[in-house]
Every structure is written in structure tokens, then in C-alpha cells.
Design a protein around this ligand. Structure first.
Ligand code: CO
Length: 178
């Protein structure tokens, strides 16, 4: 058994959030401690999903719990090397936030359903078709593995509305790196 890694959330505009994440090749104790640490960080931050680049690791890993409830581990999902095989259903508009973009919120239009293939933490392949909120979380977290962020999915009016929060994050990032 390995201890969960201890992680902080990496904030925009850290460049790790912009990199395309790399495939995981070994399903070992190190991966297990990363996944456990990501779940711990996600729950502590009151999130429903967290991707590895958000803890500074450019790897194709994300975790989610659609109720954001650590007491409901049956809702936990960890997806390693996921691929979205198809997107279907009605396009739905719904407000999203992101732990790497505190204070930023915008409506994002996404297909309601997706078929996703991934590996679990043991390296066992699985496929699931999901809809609604779980599908939305998976699509949002998958974006992170591609280096895509909420700020890329904003309409011009969303950009206007979130400008102050985005500029503040940029200023904080610069101030922390003199
Ligand atoms: Co996010």
C-alpha cells in the first residue's frame, strides 16, 4: 500500500494546464497514490472532477464524483488514458466552473451523452455510456487532458463578464513569480 500523494490545485494561467497530457504506461503503486491523492484534493476543494494537469502532472488521468461527496465512494470514477469514442444526444447548455479558474463561470454547450473508453487504476479496460451531469464532467475533464480550458469555450459576452476574474488570476500568477 502506498500513501496518497499530497496535491494543491494548479491555477490558470500555469502552462501545465495548456499542455496535451501524456499517456500513462505503468499501472503501479505510484499511479494508485496519484489517483488517491487526486480524489482527496478534489473532495477538499469541493469539486466534482479533477484532471491530473490540475495538480501539476501532465498525465492522462482524471477523477470524478458527480455528487462531490467523499462519503459516497460508489460515485467515484477514475479514468486513465480515456478516449471519447462518440458524443451524442441533444446539445445542452449548462453553467460550468473549474477548480483551476476560481471565480470564473460560464455556460458551456455540450452534447448530453458520450461513450468513453478508459482504463481503471488496475489497468483494466472499460467502456461506459453516460449522460447528463456525469457526461458533462467527463467532457470537461477530458478537455483538461487536451489543454483546453473554460476560457476557450466562452462566448464574447462570457469573456466580458469574466474578464476581471481572469485578469486577477493572471496578476496573481505573475506576482508569485517575480
Ligand atoms: Co476544470
Amino acid at each position: 500500500m502506498s500513501e496518497p500523494r499530497s496535491f494543491e490545485v494548479v491555477l490558470f494561467p500555469d502552462p501545465v494546464l495548456r499542455k496535451e497530457a501524456e499517456e500513462v504506461s505503468s499501472f503501479d503503486d505510484d499511479l494508485r497514490s496519484i489517483v488517491d491523492g487526486m480524489f482527496a484534493r478534489m473532495f477538499e476543494s469541493h469539486g466534482v472532477g479533477l484532471a491530473a494537469p490540475q495538480v501539476g502532472l501532465s498525465r492522462r488521468i482524471f477523477v470524478l464524483n458527480d455528487e462531490g461527496d467523499a462519503e459516497k465512494p460508489d460515485r467515484n470514477l477514475a479514468l486513465i488514458n480515456p478516449t471519447i469514442k462518440s458524443l451524442k444526444g441533444d446539445k445542452v447548455r449548462f453553467e460550468e466552473g473549474c477548480l483551476s479558474l476560481p471565480g470564473v463561470h460560464c455556460d458551456v454547450t455540450r452534447p448530453d451523452r458520450c461513450l468513453v473508453h478508459a482504463y481503471d487504476v488496475e489497468g483494466k479496460a472499460f467502456e461506459m455510456e453516460v449522460e447528463g451531469f456525469v457526461s458533462r464532467i467527463i467532457q470537461h475533464e477530458y478537455d483538461h487532458l487536451q489543454g483546453v480550458l473554460l476560457v476557450d469555450r466562452m462566448t464574447p459576452s462570457d469573456k466580458m463578464r469574466n474578464r476581471a476574474a481572469v485578469e486577477e488570476l493572471k496578476a496573481q500568477y505573475r506576482a508569485a513569480r517575480p
